[in-house]
Design a protein around this ligand. Structure first.
Ligand code: SF4
Ligand code: SF4
Length: 87
């Protein structure tokens, strides 16, 4: 199976891993991922829980993702799942 590949500056190839899901159950809404993503992929979502409201991160524009995985590296709760994209 062939996947979309990228090129480093030294012209060697790599396989980007694009955002697949964020686990809303484990997300604590810290926004670290939101701050590192420069491609408008993520947005906050608010859900009502009993007497309080919980914020969590949502994948809103998956097609903007460049597959850098910076969001996943910054997440201490390991909420992210990534996948390569088949050509
Ligand atoms: S993999 Fe990169 S571009 Fe995609 S959502 Fe995460 S930080 Fe943004
Ligand atoms: S870094 Fe992880 S825990 Fe924090 S908002 Fe993003 S997905 Fe949620």
């Amino acid at each position: 199976m062939a996947y979309i590949t990228g090129l480093r500056r030294n012209k060697t190839e790599y396989t980007p891993e694009f955002i697949k899901t964020i686990d809303a159950e484990t997300c604590i809404g810290c926004a670290r991922c939101f701050k590192v993503c420069a491609h408008d992929v993520l947005t906050f979502e608010e859900v009502d829980e009993d007497d309080s409201a919980k914020m969590y991160m949502k994948v809103s524009n998956p097609d903007n993702c460049i597959g850098c995985q910076a969001c996943g590296r910054t997440c201490s709760k390991k909420c992210f799942a990534f996948e390569p994209v088949v050509l």
